[in-house]
Design a protein around this ligand. Structure first.
Ligand SMILES: Cc1cc2nc3c(=O)[nH]c(=O)nc-3n(C[C@H](O)[C@H](O)[C@H](O)COP(=O)(O)O)c2cc1C
Length: 202
């Protein structure tokens, strides 16, 4: 069991997406424990519409090669120094989690499954945060590229919805201010301020 223990509020409000990792390895057991807790996410009909492909230890090297070949065009033409710099966004996270969801042909089920998997991913991010592990949900275009899908092992009828990078970090980014409730909430039955009768009739 993880020694740290943030309150739910502390985890939600304090978590930030980490885009700069310090290269410290992530323990596989910690990651699997996080995943085993994160699966308690809400999901309709208990379909548990997710499966994960994880790279966390020595398999990271093979993944780095795949990411290099996929994400850095003509990497062979770059100097070793420039390539190393460009590769840092892939080599510094301690773990990668690719989240794969079924793409149900029925729109309702497909949306539900994506929504459920999103709550699952957020659970992973919050639980990781409690371990002191930062994360960033990434959706680069190449997640849908056939060669990349094949290398990850996504089957027809499945979609890779997230490349989750996880790892330790030295700097906590400042979060962008969020809108407050008075900007996003309308009390049921009340007219919005500045709304004219014509707006309501329209
Ligand atoms: C569905 C989704 C896709 C995202 N894709 C990317 C991405 O491709 N690259 C990236 O740097 N951040 C990505 N993010 C992270 C957001 O940039 C980040 O959540 C946002 O800036 C708010 O910052 P915070 O998470 O620290 O509150 C994504 C987040 C979500 C939920």
């Amino acid at each position: 069991m993880n020694e740290q223990s943030l309150s739910v509020r502390e985890a939600i409000v304090g978590r930030r997406s980490i885009k700069k990792f310090n290269g410290q390895p992530v323990d596989r057991e910690d990651l699997l424990n996080i995943i085993d807790d994160a699966v308690w996410a809400p999901n309709h009909k208990n379909r548990e519409p997710w499966r994960l492909v994880v790279a966390c230890g020595k398999e990271l090297f093979q993944l780095h090669d795949l990411l290099r070949d996929t994400a850095i065009p003509r990497w062979q033409d770059l100097s070793a120094e420039v390539l190393e710099k460009q590769m840092q966004k892939f080599t510094t996270p301690g773990a990668f989690v690719f989240v794969i969801v079924p793409e149900d042909v029925r729109q309702k089920q497909r949306l539900e499954d994506y929504a459920a998997a999103s709550t699952f991913i957020h659970n992973i991010q919050l639980l990781a945060w409690d371990y002191g592990i930062g994360s960033c949900w990434k959706t680069p275009e190449y997640l849908d590229a056939p060669a990349f899908r094949e290398a990850i092992g996504a089957k027809p009828g499945e979609r890779i919805i997230s490349m989750l990078q996880l790892g330790y970090f030295d700097e906590l980014p400042k979060g962008k201010e969020r809108k407050k409730s008075d900007e996003i909430v309308t009390i049921f039955g009340q007219k919005e301020e500045n709304e004219t009768l014509e707006d309501v009739i329209e």
